[in-house]
Design a protein around this ligand. Sequence first.
Ligand code: OAD
Length: 237
Amino acid sequence: MEEARGWLRNAANVAALTGSGISAESGIPTFRGSGGLWRSYRAEDLATPEAFARHPLLVWQWYDWRRTLIAAAQPNPGHLALVELETRVPSFTLITQNVDGLHARAGNSRIVCLHGDIWTLRCTACGKEEQNLQAPLPSLPPKCACGAIQRPGVVWFGEPLPPHAWLAAEKASSQCDLFLVIGTSAVVMPAGGLVYLARQSGARVIEINSEETHLSSLVDCSLRGPAGTILPELLRP
Ligand code: OAD
């Protein structure tokens, strides 16, 4: 921890990649592991265009459940530590795989959202997008003014990432001198690949995770524990 603090103090250009683990302490379940199941479905079976085509109502019930949990949740000390970090480091980019909007609610201003936003609804016919904060939604599946059903504005397995977000993430990861990987299993690509990009580009990498992951032995330092405890400790002067 002491050594990692020193790296952070001396870093001019920091990038962080977050995953669902940073929101776990706000009461939002992660995707994998014991808390990752909804009814008896795995996220991988619900977050796909094929699942939505087959069972739009089932997929929407899952998203509506997540939206309702998120609406009642608050940013936790892990989120708040990243707001503080943004004010301290000359250049800081927050890259997130999360769709919950909690980083923005906590107060970070520069956020690269790789997997979209659960509060955006997109029409499956005309493509029109709208922000909708109602949770639960009054009827499922929600409909566009044109009459077609809407889908969540998130990236599903097998779909490309928004190009501008991916470019910004690649740029930040390849130009930083310190890369933090926080609360993610980093198994979903291409997001997980940013860790390797940062490393190959010469950055030090610090992992913050409550459990050991496939990255733990590859990074410069793996801090084990809840992000809401470890991040504030890491930022202590
Ligand atoms: P995962 O569920 O794969 O991983 C969550 C990680 O958080 C695990 O490594 C946990 O050990 C860790 N964790 C849990 N609680 C923690 C805490 N309090 N503090 C720190 N770490 C904690 O979730 P993601 O890596 O976010 O994509 O999953 C990536 C993507 O897969 C998601 O964005 C989503 C999902 O399917 C799509 O839907 C495309």
